[in-house]
Structures are given as structure tokens and as C-alpha cells.
Design a protein around this ligand. Structure first.
Ligand code: PBG
Length: 324
């Protein structure tokens, strides 16, 4: 009791604070999302994501080398698909020479040791901008999971280390795992977006990929932000179905969920700090209302403190530059 205990003693200098610090952000914590487009020499800034870009394959090579040099070792690939290649069933997603498949090879060629994770979902390929096959205004579950499994196989064939299904259909982890096993891809991992909420924070990402839903919303498959028990249910099922890594998405508003899940699972937990979270910090700091670097580090630290074993973040480069 006071005065025997004075908690401020452990805060008196930066040295003692560093000694007792419980959470430290390092380059190993990050998955770096990368947006890829067709074309040559393209590096276009995403309007709602300042200082974040879409890259064509030639410039992707340079970008991943830079990431590697910064100590960033894992990338999460997303492709922007031209409108004329979109349809209801994601035909282009299975093209062995599609943009994603070429992107995987490009990264592996440039930096063979880089861990390549790929987004597995229909929305960038869907003429409806939905994560599933559409019929009569509904999203069909089982027709979709069959395609997601084929898509995963195609990514594995192209050299992906991990596939990351971001769709929230039921049973897709089992379908994907089964097909990968049947085809001999025993070491290809699955990072499941297990507790993915129907969030309003995905807006800038949908700008980046031109993937906003053409009708309705995603509430029949993504989770209700009001729910907590359901996140546990979703996550435990994905683990039973074969997920190697589970994920909570978005980040900051869902850190209670991260901790709940961390307390009950024994697989690594990823958190996706999403595009809207990035955009908020960029916008407020551009206005001079927030200190960009301080707020960025505070949020990343909070995500890790809550229980994240890794963080998919658009701040990965900014953060490692700051701490190196
Ligand atoms: C869709 C997908 C989304 C994100 C990743 N994969 C958006 C959505 O569900 O509409 C969002 C990521 C972000 O906002 O940064 N499969």
C-alpha cells in the first residue's frame, strides 16, 4: 500500500519504462496488404487512402524488395479486376494466368522468401460486387464455397504460401482445406477471416478495388457489429474446419473480441486494421488535429496488447520506418 508502493517509480525515465514495457511493435508483427492492377509503370494513389497505392506488376517487384529491406516479411495480395472480366461466378479468379496468379509469381521471383498470402473472395471479380454467387438478390453459400476452394487451389498452384478467405460463407474453410489436401498442398496454410464484421470502415478499400456491392449490403454474411458470442462461434468452427490462423476484422472497434478470442483459442490470431481506420488517422493528421505517428503507434500497440499475434495494416511501412 502507499507509500510502500508508488507505481510512478516504474515510469521515472525512458530506460525504466522500456524495461517494463509489455508490448513492443516489431517488423515481424506485420502483414502488408498490397493492391495490384494491370498495366505498366502504374503506381496510383488511392484517393481515400493517402500515400497508399495500387501497383502494376513491374513496380510490384520493386515494392516488395523495399518491404523486405525494411524487415517486412509477409504480404497480403489483393487485385483490382477490370470491369470486362467480372461476372457472377468469378470466372476470372480461376484463370491460371490471371492478375493474382501473376502477382504471386512476381513476388516470389523478386523475393523468394517473402511469405505470400492471397485474398480469396469473389467481390473483386463479381459483377455484383458481392463475396458470393448471386441468385434472385440472394448470396448463395454452397455454390460460392466450391468456387473459393478452386480459387485457393489456383493460388496455391501459382505459389501462394497462405490463402486468406475474406468472404464469411459458412463451411468454406473445410471446402478449401479438403481440396488443398486432395491436391497435395499440405503445407499451404489458411488464414481465415473468422470474425469479420459488416463494418462501415471498409469504404476506402472498396474504392481501391472498385468492389463496392452493386445492390444491398453484406449483412447476410458478415457479422453484426453488435455481436460478441457469435465471434467465438465463428472462430472455433473455422479452427475445427482447418484454419491455421484466425482473424478479427476490423481492429480498433473490435479489440474486446480480439481478447475474447485470444483467451479461448490456441492458434495465432491476426487482426486487420482496415482501410477506414487508416483513412481516419491520415485525414485527422492532415488537418493537424492528431499527431500521425503517435496515434498510429498507439493504435498498433493497442491491437497487439489486446492479443493480436500479427496485424494486417496499411501502416506497416510507416511504422517500421519509425521504429528502425
Ligand atoms: C472483401 C474484403 C474487404 C476487405 C478485405 N476483403 C471489404 C469488404 O468486405 O467489403 C476490407 C479491408 C479494408 O477495409 O481494409 N472480401
Amino acid at each position: 500500500m502507499y507509500p510502500l508502493r508508488r507505481n510512478r517509480r516504474l515510469r521515472t525515465s525512458e530506460v525504466i519504462r522500456s524495461l517494463v514495457r509489455e508490448t513492443i511493435i516489431s517488423p515481424n508483427d506485420f502483414l502488408v496488404p498490397i493492391f495490384i492492377v494491370e498495366g505498366k509503370n502504374v503506381k496510383e494513389e488511392i484517393a481515400s487512402m493517402p500515400n497508399y497505392f495500387r501497383f502494376s506488376l513491374d513496380l510490384l517487384e520493386k515494392e516488395v524488395k523495399e518491404l523486405w529491406d525494411l524487415g517486412l516479411r509477409s504480404v497480403l495480395l489483393f487485385v483490382k479486376v477490370p470491369d470486362n472480366l467480372k461476372d457472377n461466378v468469378g470466372t476470372e479468379a480461376l484463370n491460371a494466368d490471371g492478375l493474382m496468379q501473376r502477382a504471386i509469381k512476381t513476388v516470389k521471383n523478386a523475393v523468394p522468401e517473402m511469405l505470400v498470402m492471397t485474398d480469396v473472395a469473389l467481390d473483386p471479380y463479381s459483377s455484383f460486387g458481392h463475396d458470393g454467387v448471386v441468385a434472385d438478390g440472394k448470396i448463395l453459400n454452397d455454390d460460392t464455397t466450391a468456387i473459393l476452394a478452386e480459387m485457393s487451389l489456383s493460388h496455391a498452384n501459382a505459389g501462394a504460401d497462405f490463402v486468406a478467405p475474406s468472404d464469411m460463407m459458412d463451411g468454406r474453410i473445410f471446402e478449401i482445406r479438403s481440396l488443398l489436401e486432395d491436391e497435395g498442398f499440405y503445407d499451404t496454410g489458411i488464414m481465415s477471416y473468422s470474425a469479420k464484421y459488416a463494418s462501415a470502415f471498409y469504404g476506402p478499400f472498396r474504392d481501391a478495388l472498385d468492389s463496392a456491392p452493386g445492390f444491398g449490403d453484406k449483412k447476410t454474411y458478415q457479422m453484426d457489429p453488435a455481436n460478441r458470442d457469435e465471434a467465438i462461434r465463428e472462430t472455433l468452427m473455422d479452427i475445427d474446419e482447418g484454419a491455421d490462423i484466425v482473424m478479427v476484422k476490423p481492429g480498433l472497434c473490435y479489440l474486446d473480441i480480439v481478447r475474447d478470442i485470444k483467451n479461448v483459442v490456441n492458434v495465432p490470431v491476426a487482426v486487420y486494421q482496415v482501410s477506414g481506420e487508416y483513412a481516419m488517422i491520415k485525414a485527422a493528421s492532415e488537418k493537424g488535429w492528431l499527431d500521425h505517428d503517435a496515434v498510429m503507434m498507439e493504435q498498433l500497440t493497442a491491437i497487439k496488447r489486446a492479443g493480436a499475434n500479427m496485424i494486417a495494416s496499411y501502416f506497416a511501412k510507416d511504422a517500421v520506418k519509425l521504429i528502425s
